[in-house]
Design a protein around this ligand. Structure first.
Ligand code: H53
Length: 826
């Protein structure tokens, strides 16, 4: 794609194509320092140098970007639109350098200017426009779409404040606002001319138009304007540069006017503030459904802007409305954009004048839905009064979709009213609520889960009735992560060794890492492998020291659990084991136990008290263990604050052991597990999410497996689970729980951790105690393997070698084949 020299006049293309060599970069950085930052080298701050370099790199993206956009407009291609409330894209500079293939040139250019590229890159503020896995997945997929040269646009929200910054004070999580835009964002291009109006509130009015056709008009109480803010997404060493288009909300001037005319100036300003609030802040979406009006408004806002943008692009291409689904396919990333089903119908019916049947056909062909969770508390539903107040016209359309859909169900299953009420888009069991997963499913031609196990469970549980009705619509696409960011960029030492061993092609074809298998037992190769890991561990040790003040020994086993803090992810299971180890070492100082450094990282949703308590517990354990001379440095515990994409770059490459210990059946996929694996990290894990496939690929002998299977979990919970039995049966566990409850890890305050201990011993919703003994036994196998470096290194090499499946390139190819009807252009 995007190589057509006729799309720009050849001379213009030539002139705008900045050189990729170090001299031209150096020249441009100096020029930008003056012309954009108004500085000269002697007084330039490090941040000025960052901006000057970032703009120089951006210029190199722009010509590819413009050509890519032109070629999509001109050619008969289907465009994949990825609709997501979150894009956790991470720092951009390093990734763009890697994808343009100019990292070495940039390093040389900056050196010639007296600057260190790594130090300059470290200054970049990351856009935290996502909570965790789902948002980061969207970013990996954009990288792969561009790399595979597939026509694609990412659509989302340009939050002014992204995910909060996590500080740790007295061991507790404290949330601080994320002012990522404070110093400007060199990667963003605002397009005030690309703007759409979005209705809220008011009522609807039916009328018959001049041609005698029945039409519905939505008389809104309020309108908000969405303005496009674009970020280029450069593919790896290709000419394609796709677009991430995020919507920023603004006030609609004409709406203020009415108030202004009657003298209500302050009322008009207030309206403006409300409109601009819409894209102000990212919600922590992994909290149980919170019924926030603003959150629903955000979802509708970005979905409506995106669909209107697609209609405009269709028109620009000179295509008739009937061709909408031939030109576009929109992937709904979880239910957050699922209002697209009603909104596309509304646009086609009310704005384009299509009949229901035709509009419905287009909608279903254009939409596809990815489910990312089975947890009942995380499945979105909206109460009817809230929904009706904000979106009266979409609600009418949802009622009509539901009426027609339930007629179909009744025809297939006459008399089965319990099935009808289970499948209805409206949950009538309590206060009436709209089930967004049902809406997304009914409105889509394809529905997928994100790992093999999760897709199976999705078909068997949450969407069972739907899978019975339309089995052909259900798919699995196991998640993937980009090897550009999570290997090439963040682990340059290993990347160099991979280049030398299997050739550079691995970055765009990760299956080539299989070539490493031949070297897994080679002693000299193993030594190089270990040297790289050790260097990464030393680097992480420095980051840990500067972030927490804790000194850790890089020779210890780095045992790492980084992910959102949640009971189902079971950081507390890990913590219980550490307490048990601590007690063992206190009792038996001579115990032959390899030195370990446990590292935790991750944010707790601000309203999730139990998750915050788990953070406090980890910090409490860290304080006691790290300061106990009896541990002789054999045990260290660290909570690394503010885990984000930037710190992840240092963490994945430095780990020895990856903790993937969620209750089986609860983690849809996980993607951190894949990032660790690529970096040669061994997994201790349950048969949950993508762990199942990681183990299959790595080989059972290269994976530390423990724990109940998903069916056991389900059965145990159905039949009645009694956590106290496990406490009685296991003295070490009982003592660990008692020590925590006693306040030992909180300077003697015995009341603080009590709720956690009581929760575990009475309910233990996620079966941490049921899996405890097996986890401990498995950790003993880890210890034994670690004590034999040749065995460990072999396992590590084989994990990297067999990680090819988990490239997001593979996942995107599968979406292209199975769901979008879209092939890579390469
Ligand atoms: O999505 C990831 C999965 C992970 C799952 C996560 C996720 C969110 O980050 C947010 C909401 C949601 O429903 C699911 O928990 O297992 O790997 C990407 O698919």
């Amino acid at each position: 794609m995007a190589t057509n020299p006729t799309t720009l006049a050849p001379r213009a293309a030539e002139a705008s194509r900045h050189g990729l060599d170090s001299e031209s970069l150096q020249r441009d950085v100096l020029e930008n320092l003056v012309s954009l930052q108004a500085r000269y080298p002697a007084i330039a701050t490090p941040h000025d140098w960052y901006m000057a370099l970032a703009y120089s790199v951006r210029d190199r993206l722009l010509v590819r970007w413009v050509e890519t956009v032109q070629s999509y407009a001109a050619r008969d291609v289907r465009i994949a639109c990825y609709l997501s409330a979150e894009f956790l894209i991470g720092p951009q500079l390093g990734n763009n350098l890697v994808n343009l293939g100019i990292e070495a040139d940039a390093r040389e250019a900056m050196l010639a200017l007296g600057q260190d590229l790594d130090a300059v890159m470290a200054l970049e503020e990351e856009p935290g426009l996502g909570n965790g896995g789902l948002g980061r997945l969207a970013a990996c997929y954009l990288d792969s779409l561009a790399t595979l040269e597939m026509p694609a646009i990412g659509y989302g929200i340009r939050y002014e404040f992204g995910i909060f910054r996590q500080a740790i004070r007295d061991g507790w999580q404290v949330e601080e606002t994320d002012k990522w835009l404070q110093k400007g964002n060199p990667w963003e291009i605002v397009r005030p001319e690309v703007a759409y109006y979005v209705n809220f509130g008011g009522h609807t009015h039916s009328e018959t138009d001049a041609e005698g056709r029945f039409r519905v008009r939505w008389i809104a109480a309020n309108q908000v304007k969405g303005v496009a803010c674009d970020t280029p997404v450069q593919g790896y060493r290709v000419e394609t540069c796709n677009t991430l288009r995020l919507w920023r909300s603004e006030a609609v001037e004409s709406f203020d006017l009415a108030d202004f005319n009657v003298g209500d100036y302050y009322g008009a300003v207030e309206q403006k503030v409300v409109s601009e609030t819409l894209s102000k802040v990212l919600y922590p979406n992994d909290e149980p459904e919170m019924g926030k009006r603003l959150r629903l408004a955000q979802q509708y806002f970005f979905v409506s802007c995106s669909l209107q943008d697609m209609l405009r692009l269709l028109q620009q291409k000179g295509e008739p409305i009937e061709r909408f689904a031939d030109v576009f396919v929109a992937q709904l990333n979880d239910t957050h954009p699922s209002i697209a089903v009603a909104e596309l119908m509304r646009l086609l019916l009310d704005e384009c004048g299509l009949q229901w049947g035709q509009a419905w056909d287009i909608t279903q062909r254009a939409l596809a839905y990815t489910n990312h969770t089975l947890l009942p508390e995380a499945l979105e539903t909206w109460g009817l009064p809230l929904f009706r107040g904000l979106l009266p016209r979409p609600l009418e359309i949802i009622y009509e979709i539901n009426r027609r859909f339930l007629d179909e169900v009744r025809q297939r299953h006459p008399g089965d009213e319990s099935r009808v009420s289970r499948m209805s888009l409206i949950d009538e069991s309590g206060d009436r609520r709209i089930r967004m997963a049902h809406l997304a499913t009914v409105g889509s031609h394809a529905i997928n889960g994100v790992a093999a196990l999760h897709s199976t469970l999705l078909r068997e549980t949450v969407l069972r009735d739907f899978a019975e009705l339309w089995p052909e619509r259900f798919h699995n696409v196991t998640n993937g992560v980009t090897p550009r960011r999570f290997l090439a960029l963040c682990n340059p030492g290993l990347a160099r060794l991979l280049d030398q061993t299997v050739g550079e092609g691995w970055i765009a074809d990760l299956t080539r890492l299989r070539g490493l298998e031949a070297h897994a037992d080679d002693e000299a190769f193993q030594q190089r492998w270990r040297a790289i890991k050790n260097a990464n561990k030393e680097a992480l040790a420095k980051h840990i020291h500067s972030a927490t003040g804790v000194a850790v020994d890089p020779r210890a086993l780095f045992d790492i659990q980084v992910k959102r803090i949640h009971e189902y992810k079971r950081q507390h299971l890990n913590a219980l084991y550490i307490v048990a180890l601590y007690q063992r070492l206190r009792r038996e100082p001579q115990l032959a136990l390899a030195p370990r450094c446990f590292v935790f990282g991750g944010k707790a949703a601000p309203g999730y008290a139990m998750a915050k308590l788990i953070i406090r517990l980890i910090n409490g354990i860290a304080e006691v263990v790290n300061n106990d001379p009896a541990m002789e440095g054999r045990l260290k515990v660290v909570f690394f604050p503010n885990f984000n994409v930037k710190s992840a770059h240092h963490i994945y490459p430095a780990a020895d052991l990856s903790e993937q210990i969620s209750t089986a059946g609860k983690e849809a996929s996980g993607t951190g597990n894949m990032k660790f694996m690529m970096n040669g990290v061994l997994t201790i894990g349950t048969l949950d999410g993508a762990n199942v496939e990681i183990r299959e690929e790595a080989g059972a002998e290269n994976f530390f497996l423990f724990g109940l299977h998903a069916q056991d979990v389900e059965r145990l919970q159905r039949e009645g689970y009694r956590p106290a039995d496990h406490v009685t049966a296991n003295d070490e566990l009982r003592e660990a729980l008692e020590l925590i409850a006693s306040g030992h890890f909180l300077r003697g305050q015995s009341d603080v951790f009590r709720p956690l201990v009581e929760n575990l011993t009475q309910w233990d919703h996620f079966l941490a105690l049921a899996d405890y003994a097996d986890y401990v036994a498995c950790q003993a196998r880890v210890d034994a393997a670690w004590q034999d470096p040749a065995t460990w290194t072999r396992m590590s090499i084989l994990n990297t070698a067999r990680s090819g499946k988990f490239s997001s390139d593979r996942a995107i190819r599968e979406y292209g084949d199975r769901i979008w009807g879209l092939a890579p252009m390469k």
